[in-house]
Design a binder for this molecule. Sequence first.
Ligand code: ADP
Length: 462
Amino acid sequence: MSFESEKDPRPPFTQAFGLRIALWYATLFIAGSVAIVLLTYVLTATSLAQRDHQIINQKLGEYTAAYRRGGLNLLANTVSAEQRTAPERLFVRVVDRGAEAIVLSQPEGWNPDQLETASLRLIDGTLVQVGKSTEAREDLLARFRAVLGIVTLSIVAVALTGGYLVTRSAVVPIRQLTQTVRRIVLTGRIDERVPGPAGGPPGTGGGADAIEELTTLFNAMLDRIEGLVTAMRGSLDNVSHDLRTPLTRLRGEAEMALAGPADVDRYREALADCVEEADRVLVMLNTLMDISEAESGAMQLRREPVRLAEVVARAVDLYRDVAETKGVGLNAVTPVNDVAGGAQDVIVMGDRTRLEQVAANLIDNALKYTAPGGRVDVEVARDGEAAVLAVRDTGVGIPPDELPRIWDRLFRGDASRTERGLGLGLSLVRAIVAAHGGSVEVHSKPGHGSRFAVRLAKHLVI
Ligand code: ADP
């Protein structure tokens, strides 16, 4: 792949593109204007010629009438009387049967080549001819042509300047877009943005608005990519940091086993510990990746209509044995059996597996932190237009100072010291719920149990 040097501010593609648009624009504009100018000229010339023909024919009519009434004398008088008052002199000739031509009027200095004539033969064979010089008309048309020439030149100048200005304003944003992409590709810096209209929603119509919209969308896309890359970098940092401790422990165990005397039983024990530790690391890694993905918005949610009662039923089934073994009552309270409340079945648009994971994590915690003899209730309900999945327990509760931190990754409260766990369950719950567009909250009092409630907003509920 090769790119033009950074010094060249105009990549050849956009330059040629701009030139092409400018030429097209100018050519069409000039061609249209020249067609209009030509049409104007032709129409004017035709109408002037028609006017002249009308005058000649009218005079011819008048003169033949005079000739018929009073012969050559009356005609000569009429012609000379008219020529004294008329603004323009005409050529008048009478040719009698003996082919003798009598010219009654032939204005001096007239060029016979520029004469337009009409003639009429009378019954006695006499021919009356009337002519008019086209000189005046030619003169007028010549001046008109000069004016039209200047107009056409002005049009060409306006078209070229206009074409240049219009295409420049259209091509500049494209050029800026290209340059930004070029810089990103060359430097890898995704904090570059296309300079454009500051703020405001993109326009809705027109070419310029379409490019404006493209620029805004392109910048929005860069924002999103930058957000994802930053989140990914953050996750990678966190994950590598979080994995350091268990991996150091794993290594420590293996090292200790190797340092001691060679003993198969000790080795076996150390290897078993290593396997256990490696499993923890794997689970931790997967959970951390899930949390990072959900938090950065990269988690693929397979959304489908999900009946929350089914999600709860599956999660409760999964933990029934654990609850029984521990002696904690585990119940699902769903709208299906909540006939008295008349609540309908609650169906949401969500990822079934992920929602089951949420329910399972909350139930797992509730069972872990509830002493034998206590109870855990899992509810599904509608709250106004929202859907709520709540897990309530009669367990140890959470001290107020720990409450804000329970959602932190790897945070484990005092009560959890004797319990298994990684401190990632609630982080995952919150990340998955947030990825769905919902929220999760907790009410808890030490010694009086806790209630975790997942709320899925109106637009997620069917
Ligand atoms: P883990 O349970 O693996 O320690 P979690 O992220 O699921 O990690 O929970 C974080 C902390 O929140 C727990 O260590 C515990 O102190 C507290 N916690 C969570 N759920 C409950 C609950 N139902 N009752 C009491 N404390 C809880």
